[in-house]
Design a protein around this ligand. Sequence first.
Ligand code: HEM
Length: 205
Amino acid sequence: MKEKLIQRYSAAERINHWVVAWCFILLAISGLAFFYPAFFWLTGVFGTPQLARMLHPFIGVVMFVGFLVQFFRYYHHNFIDQEDVEWMKAVGTVMKGHEVGDIGRYNGGQKGMFWLMSICMLVLLATGLVIWRQYFAGFFPIPVIRIALLLHAASAIALIAGIIVHVYAALWVKGTIRAMAEGVVTHAWARKHHPRWFREMTGRK
Ligand code: HEM
């Protein structure tokens, strides 16, 4: 029997997502290399340490712009309501494989992650500009650059931790990767994980 599918992401949305994701991977690799001496060898991914140092902020700007497009695509799906609070309180039950509540397009965890990503992106851009030696750092006093460096590293660590959870959830919930790879999900996936969204998409009661 042919499985019934629902479109979840268009090709443009998927390209947008994977551009952001690849930028993130390159930024995390080069950022960790600058942050901690034991990871310095990771600059080899870019050819030379100098190239990594030069490219990191430019890739950061591409990631920010890519995420900004994602932000305006999805923010209205990510407002947290009472249903999501219930989901968050019962996250232990969800982890055991039982869904909680009448979930719409995204669940409480995904919505929380969306806002964490948004805050981190904003802090990373603002502080990244302040510490961008070649163009902007000269305009700021050293104490401001120091605070910006600290906030840049803190928000990068928060984002890396968040993305580890995001990727784990994407792989752990069977059928989710397909949403971002092929753009579609099965009726069974939607009915189980996002029942309210399923009804909205199919017009079923
Ligand atoms: C690196 C590996 C990544 C994988 C495997 C991955 C996978 C996925 C998948 C499967 C979805 C669809 C979830 C669903 O529709 O229920 C998704 C959604 C999404 N992803 Fe990723 N992702 C990755 C990295 C990132 C990064 C680095 C960002 C941005 C910082 C990001 C931002 C988003 C956003 C904004 C959504 C829409 C969810 C929402 O609006 O709440 N992803 N991702």
